[in-house]
Design a protein around this ligand. Structure first.
Ligand code: ZN
Ligand code: ZN
Length: 278
């Protein structure tokens, strides 16, 4: 049932060898890709300051991931494995939901002109719609810097707890810490999974296998989001929540609520960048 719907949408979207959808869009629509005027302008706004911030956050986050892992391993009790499995599944689902919420928020509202948030945070989302494969040309730091930044405060707080609490206090909240840890790790990996879902050549076999079994975001699944006007399938960690959220019309309902209370039109800025011709 799900596959059928995906196939139907795919026929209207991108071809396997044309992830930028240049061949299949209707002629009066803009032709996506690095040559698009809006894409060029947005790519040019990636600054040295942003690069430095990303590098610092990335290394801090990796240090905290390793440090907290050694602490979680130290207090691990084998008879507790079942709870850890449950916290892993819930952690992945929570990360997938957050990926959708943040992605939806940035795609749908705000603008590149907003102070601080605009250029640093919203710009990559606009660039990604008009040049979807630019992400495959970004290196590890540009791809993952923002996501690693988000997890730093949470993992720093966890480190502080391991440092200051007694072993009894740690045992009492151990399952919760595992849950938070899994969220953090999957949030940090989200844009890497997203990048792989746009990578059509040279992926190692084990990554395509993870995609084929839908353990991480599959290519075919994520292409549904890339059908203009980009209004569904926002979850990009594993994509597990996309179908149920679409079924309950989660994003459409949120958008109607916001539009009726604020008067703002969803995707107004995204549409402006997509229509840019010079
Ligand atoms: Zn998007
Ligand atoms: Zn994408």
């Amino acid at each position: 049932m799900v596959v059928k719907k995906e196939d139907e949408i795919l026929m209207k979207s991108m071809l396997e060898d044309d992830p930028n959808s240049n061949e299949s869009v209707v002629t009066e629509k803009p032709r996506w890709g690095p040559q698009h005027a809006g894409a060029k302008e947005l790519a040019g706004q990636y600054t040295m300051g942003k690069r430095i911030q990303e590098t610092i956050c990335l290394f801090t986050a990796i240090g905290l991931i390793i440090w907290n892992f050694t602490n979680l391993a130290r207090y691990f009790q084998p008879e507790n494995w079942y709870f850890i499995l449950v916290s892993a599944i819930l952690g992945i689902l929570t990360a997938d939901f957050f990926s959708g919420l943040v992605h939806w928020g940035a795609d749908t509202w705000g603008s590149v002109e907003l102070p601080i948030l605009g250029k640093g945070f919203i710009r990559p989302f606009r660039e990604h719609h008009i040049d979807p494969t630019s992400i495959t040309r970004h290196d590890f730091i540009e791809t993952n810097g923002d996501n690693f930044a988000v997890i730093v405060p949470f993992l720093a707080q966890m480190t502080y707890k391991f440092w200051t609490l007694s072993p009894e206090q740690i045992a009492a909240t151990y399952n919760w810490e595992c849950y938070v840890y899994f969220i953090a790790v999957f949030v940090s990996l989200t844009n890497q999974f997203h990048k792989w879902s746009h990578t059509y050549f040279g992926l190692p076999k084990w990554i395509t296998m993870l995609q084929d079994y839908h353990i991480i975001l599959p290519k075919k699944h994520h292409r549904i989001h890339h059908v203009s006007p980009h209004e569904t399938y926002f979850c990009i960690t594993t994509g597990w929540l996309n179908y149920p959220l679409e079924k309950i019309r989660f994003w459409t309902t949120l958008e109607s609520l916001i539009e009726s209370s604020t008067g703002n039109k969803p995707r107004a800025d995204d549409f402006k960048w997509a229509s840019k011709t010079h």
